[in-house]
Design a protein around this ligand. Sequence first.
Ligand code: ZN
Ligand code: MN
Length: 478
Amino acid sequence: MAPTPAWETVIGLETHVQLRTVSKMFCGCSTAFGAPPNTQVCPVCLGLPGALPVPNEAAVRLAVRAALALGCEVHERSVFARKNYFYPDLPKGYQISQFEQPLATAGSLSFLSPDRGVVTVTIGRLHVEEDAGKSLHDRFPKATAVDLNRSGVPLVEIVTGADVRSPVEARAYLLTLKQVLEYAGVSDCDMEKGSLRVDANLSVRRPGETALGVKTEVKNINSFAFVEKALSVERDRHIAVLEGGGAVVQQTMLFDSKTNTVRPQRTKEESHDYRYFPDPDLPPLVVRPDFIAEQRATLPELPAAKRERFVAQYALSQQDAAVLTAARGVADYYESVVHAGAEPKLAANWVMTEVLADAKDHQDQLRVPAGRLAELIAMVKGGTVNNQAAKKVFVELATRGGEPRTVAEALGLIQVGDTGVIGQWVAEVLEAHPAEVTRYKNGEAKLLNFFLGQVMKTSRGKADPKLAQRALEDRLTA
Ligand code: ZN
Ligand code: MN
């Protein structure tokens, strides 16, 4: 047993996720990433007087699907509220969000914690809101520029209970959340494009205490690696303050990834500072039970269910099933290879090694069609090519395409199973190495591998290794 640590860390996470829509939450402007600043705007998302918001049905559908994928209770009636604050990138002076009556509550998400095994965190609420614009501090010297292309982009905010117990666990939660939302097709969860952003509340207390310590909020975390780093830095800061006899001040901290430090942003607003009230321009959001039921019925199989099914159906280890189901595209590809006739275990090995390595170097593309990979696997199993040769064929299939058999023939990699031909290679090798033959006969059995290597070299990789080994043993013991 590990010794009880002196402090327990308590973390809650608020994740903003951009919904995968073509237009914004309350207007028809495009949400496409990377457009020139302030080109995807209109009177509604610029907050011009008299412009009225109209909710985007596609965004509501995706938000409901996100809520269902997280096991939430979806409320038939929720209310849009104005969250008032003053900031240059918020043209209306308020953000349309949901406050007292969010779209969904009471969900949960289970994930594998590196510290504690399977952990289930509660999802306290999931609400719909619009994004603000973006302040750009590096565009003009000594001035801040504002880009409102993001203003009004649809988001869901997903809030956990204070259930996470370490920085590394926070990261594991987020990776699982991303997986679930990608599977459900609600978001691309691309942190680099700002479509998944994390704020974390953190406090520490003595183990066994039930009351929470004073918390701080860490913002500005823009990668999965930084989640763990930023929270570790902040946890250590809390502990140092408390152990030095001081008191933690409730405030918002910004993480600086260049210096691995956190610094205070401003003292934390209490929620009443936002003067929330129902938005008079928007009626309550009503989602009918049949709409919710339809979304539930059309949700795809989610990662945890798929992993368990892979273990049961294909006799894979939990570990392998987790690798294969980490991304939905890879899981679907693996099943296509199996459905095309490949043996599940062999297909798993190929997908986890050659296929994923190739995808990693090529923007996650799965470049060899599943049917072709199944043929190649069958060729290895049938002894037409050996494993080494098959890897070369795979690379050729990925870069130039073609049929596995034709490619293997063109590369001269078809395995030779003709015992006469193999016998000649074996004879050649033994003649060339008389000293090693004598040593082998005097008891150096491990030289067999040396001879086998020479036979593979002489045959330029084409000899069937099993037959070659048998021929060598026959000759050497004769
Ligand atoms: Zn607009
Ligand atoms: Mn929010």
